[in-house]
Write a protein that binds this ligand. Structure first.
Ligand code: UTP
Length: 224
């Protein structure tokens, strides 16, 4: 299979710890034995801090996004260092370059691409671009809920859902101040338009990602 894994910065780099990167790297090497693998790394706390300071200093939203992108690429570089020889040596900066890098047969790791989106969207577009069979969104929650489970005790998790349902949920969640849906709206629309089979799961344990590739997980499946 060709697989794109989006690993949220909040999962990977809440704080920078070499062991975190090592553990994900060994999971990714295991998956790559049998599959073509692309990884998209998020920015996490560091990205939010840099963006916050940039805004305070009067940088525009687009410039602040660009700074966020640089942080996502730093995390990609750390992941490449952790994977070692099995990874392509640098994060591609475009989808086309990611496709070219994959010709080497190595694991391709990248961060953000352009302002105005997050790495959720990068991973969905990369899945489109490469014709991936599966997109895994490894995030801090264990799936997609009917509403934000941190705020609504009655929130229920979907075992599976359609991309249309995902868009409805994400639109509703995004309207609530401070709420953060596990998949953003742009990524949801890409998943819908290209019917990308997607699994949203708790990515805090790297083994969860390996198991999901083998078909075993407790997350939410979005059937394009
Ligand atoms: P993330 O994808 O980590 O953002 O990119 P996020 O969803 O806010 O973070 P998590 O998942 O909760 O940790 C970090 C920032 O980099 C910029 C955006 O500003 C984003 O918030 N970015 C990232 C872009 O502008 N374009 C991209 O393609 C990727």
């Amino acid at each position: 299979m060709k697989i794109v894994v989006s690993i949220g910065g909040s999962v990977l780099a809440k704080e920078l710890k070499p062991d975190k990167f090592r553990n994900y790297a060994s999971a990714f090497r295991e998956i790559a034995k049998d599959h073509t693998l692309f990884i998209v790394t998020g920015g996490g706390k560091a990205a939010r801090e840099y963006i916050g300071v940039a805004r305070e200093l009067g940088a525009s939203e687009a410039v602040s996004d660009d700074i966020g992108i640089q942080v996502t690429r730093l995390n990609a570089r750390l992941m490449i260092a952790a994977i070692g020889d099995d990874a392509f040596h640098e994060p591609p900066e475009t989808y086309r370059d990611a496709l070219k890098a994959a010709i080497t047969g190595k694991i391709v790791v990248m961060g953000g691409v352009v302002p105005g989106q997050t790495t959720d969207a990068v991973s969905a577009i990369l899945a489109e671009y490469t014709g991936a069979d599966l997109l895994i969104n490894a995030t801090a929650t264990d799936g997609v809920y009917t509403s934000d489970p941190k705020k609504d005790l009655d929130a229920k998790k979907f075992d599976s859902m359609t991309a249309k349902q995902l868009i409805e949920i994400v639109t509703k969640t995004d309207m609530a101040a401070g709420a953060n849906s596990p998949v953003d709206i742009l990524a949801s629309k890409i998943i819908e338009r290209s019917s990308i089979r997607t699994i949203v799961l708790n990515g805090e344990k790297p083994g969860n990602i390996v198991d999901a590739v083998k078909g075993k997980h407790n997350g939410t499946v979005i059937e394009g």
